[in-house]
Design a protein around this ligand. Sequence first.
Ligand code: SF4
Length: 366
Amino acid sequence: MKEYEIYIHIPFCVKKCAYCDFLSGPAGEEEMKRYVDALIQEIQAGTTPEGEAVSVFIGGGTPSILEVSLLERVMDTLYKTHTISPEAEITIEANPGTLHMDKLKAYRSMGINRLSIGLQSPREKELRMLGRIHSYEDFLESFYNARRAEFDNINIDLMMALPGQTADDWRENLDTIAALKSEHISAYSLIVEPGTPFAAKALALPDEDTEYLMYDDTERILSQWGCHQYEISNYALPGRECVHNTGYWIRRDYLGYGLGAASLCQNTRYTNTSDMRTYLTGDPGRASEHLTLQDAMAEQMFLGLRLTRGVSRTLFFKNFGRTPEQVYGKVIRKYTDLGFLETTDDHIRLTRPGIHVSNVIMSEFL
Ligand code: SF4
């Protein structure tokens, strides 16, 4: 049966973090209600695809800011309009400070079976500097409540290479969080995005060598706790790799609903308007772009190389009727000779040194 994924965007947050350039921001109750009305209208108006959804990801923003009754309406609509696999991974992103026990129990009864908690750091100083709304204690309360509500699949988001952060600080952060034994950890380096409050500041960021060390320490420390690296920035206990994100890296079709959400269906990409006023009129303002064969093959390569197992040559052949070597032989040979790429039985993947120059290698497939 054909498999696809669903993404739902909830663009609301209590307040904007100092580094964030996501499509999100604070809003009043009335706006959230109108947004959910427009979202439901968009879901109902869409064409129901063949096959079944193997994952649903409710992302943001801070989806856990929504009243339970609003989220219930969204989930009811999804269940009525799509075939969702009984085994589907259904994730909601949540921030400490917006979760309480009743909400967590309500999520479980809606079929949500995975929680992705935005922590970023267990240090109060770092949380304040990032402009987060919560303390580490708030996070611990949310985490243990989630366990009590029988969430057995939890991701924790962490951020490294923060201003003033040392390699020792980061190692301690990792040990603190790994000891909680969540099933999944995402660890991204801070990127200072133009237009954010961070971009206007002179920040004492760790130098390149320190960041390199932090990255390698992440893999080393988390693997000691049984969390293996399966993607450039993602680590999981065996069998707990994120189905939704993996689908994105192998280019499974996905349907995105909500402000600014993107979809990929049979090599056509659709992108909704990022303008809230337009979206609230009930018009998702969807633009489409058909990907050329070259674009689709390049995406399969550079997204697949994000996975530590690499790009499946079988999948590439199934999708495009030729092997990666037939299309990108010169680039693959060049980086294999340099020790940055290697070929296993079915996969072409980055080596450990290759991961450190992944941006350069991936750009060669464009
Ligand atoms: S909670 Fe997340 S989406 Fe919201 S402002 Fe902070 S980083 Fe951005």
